[in-house]
Design a protein. Structure first.
Length: 129
């Protein structure tokens, strides 16, 4: 498992990633990783998550950028000190890669906020040994 954690503009983003061997087929060049994201509003305002951007890089340096509305079908609203947690997944065609990105949010007063997602590693533990 790998972790990342960062606070930007009063929004904390924590990620825990793990390799999912039962959904992977290394002999066929397919590795699957799950990641749990916890977004916590540390501001004094209500905020809503509007969209996400992920930058996924495989071991060969190939970069894929994924953008979309909300997260897992939701655009959660978080009051001060509230959080939202979700789990998603990422397939790779190499046993190691990285992810990072950002969430775009809006505060109740209309101010746009951008919360960074710190880089974390996706890795098949068999490759690291």
């Amino acid at each position: 498992m790998t972790n990342s954690s960062v606070v930007t503009e009063g929004i904390r983003v924590d990620v825990v990633a793990r390799y999912v061997p039962e959904q992977s087929a290394p002999d066929e060049g397919h590795w699957f990783f799950a990641y749990q994201v916890t977004i916590t509003n540390l501001t004094a305002r209500v905020v809503q998550l509007l969209s996400r951007e992920w930058v996924i890089t495989n071991a060969d340096g190939k970069i894929e950028v994924v953008r979309g509305q909300g997260v897992v079908g939701h655009q959660p609203t978080m009051r001060p000190n509230e959080g939202f947690e979700y789990v998603s997944g990422c397939p790779l065609d190499t046993p190691v890669g990285t992810m990072h990105g950002k969430f775009s949010l809006v505060a109740e007063d209309g101010e746009a906020l951008e919360a960074a997602i710190a880089p974390f590693t996706l890795a098949d533990p068999q490759v690291l040994n």
